[in-house]
Design a protein around this ligand. Sequence first.
Ligand code: NAD
Length: 351
Amino acid sequence: MRVIVTGGAGFIGSAVVRYLVLEKGYDVLTVDALTYAGCEASLKEVEGRNTHQFLHANICDRAAMDAAIAGFRPDRIMHLAAESHVDRSITGAADFIQTNVVGSFTLLEAARAYWNGLEGDAKTAFRFLHVSTDEVYGSLGDEGLFEETTPYDPSSPYSASKAASDHLAKAWQRTYGLPVVVSNCSNNYGPYHFPEKLIPLTILNALEGRKLPVYGKGENIRDWLYVDDHARALDIIIERGTPGETYNVGGRNERRNIDVVLRICAVLDELVPTDTPRTNLIEYVTDRPGHDARYAIDATRLENELGWRAQENFDSGIEKTVRWYLENQWWWQPLRDQYDGQRLGLDSAPA
Ligand code: NAD
C-alpha cells in the first residue's frame, strides 16, 4: 500500500505516518511545508526507514503536487495539512484561507488529474481522505451530540475555512466522481502536540511554575481523543469507508477545560512533587471571541459500520501524555524557546 500523507510533520499527521509505517508496513510519502507547526523531529521514529520519504512542499503549489503524486503513484492520499490553531485564525485568517481552502482545492485537483489517468483496479481502489474537525458543526448546548447529518455552522475563521474545504472535498466526489471520504474529529491530545495548544501548554507551564491560562470560567466542554486512536480511525475510514460519505470520530470523553487543567496538575503533582499544588498557578483570562460552548461527537456510525473503537481512556491518556512531555524535552524545548514571549496557546478549542 502506497500512501501520501499531507501535513505529516504536524501533530496528528506524524501519528498517522508512524502508524502506517511502523504498524501497517505501508510505503509513505510525507508532504509538508514545514510551517511553524511542522517539525521533522516529530518523524524521528520513521527516519531512515526505506518505506518512508519526506517531501518539503506546499499543497498550494500545483506543479509540486502533480510531480509528487505522479512520482510516488499512491493508492491513497490522506490530507491533513492545514493551519490549525483557532487563536491564530482570529488574529490572521489569510493563511487559513490560503492553505485550508486554496491548498485543499489544489490538492483535490492534482488528485483528480492523477485518478483520471488511472485504469482498472488501481482506479477503483484509489481513495482520497479529507481530514477535518467537529468545529465545522458550531457549538452545542448542554444536550445532544454532533452527528454526520448535523448542519454546518462554523464560528471561527479556522472552522469556516475547514468547512469550506469539506464542501470542496464532497463536491469533488459528487461532481467528478473522485473517491473522497471525509472525517470530522473531536479534539486530539497526545505526544508531539505543538506547545501552543491547551494540553501541552498546561503541562509545560505547570512544569516550569508559570501561570496556567484558562479561557473564561473554564466551562467550555471538549470531547478529547487520544491521537493514536484518531490515526487508527483514519486508516479504517480510508480502507472501509464509502466514497462520498462522512464519518465522525470521537472518544466519548467530554471534559470541561478546567477539569482537563486540574487533571494535568494532579498528575504532575504526583510525578514531580512541588511544595505548593500546581492548581495555584491557574489564571482565568478573558474569553476568546466566538468561543464555542460545547463539542461532543456521536461516533456510532464509525463504531457500528466500520468497527472502530477508541482504546485510550482519558485519565490514562493524560498520564501517558504528561510522561511523554517529561521524557521528551529534546522535542519541545526548541519549539518553546522559539515562541517564548509570544501570547502562546490560550487555546481551549484547538483544531
Ligand atoms: P498541526 O498544525 O499540528 O499540523 C499541520 C501540518 O500541516 C504541519 O506539519 C504544517 O507544517 C503542515 N502545513 C501547513 N500548511 C501547509 C501547506 N500549505 N502545505 C503543506 N503542509 C502544510 O495540525 P494537527 O493538529 O496535526 O491537525 C491535522 C489535521 O487534522 C488538520 O487538517 C486539522 O484541521 C485536523 N484536525 C485536528 C484536530 C486536533 O485536535 N488537532 C481535530 C480534528 C481535526
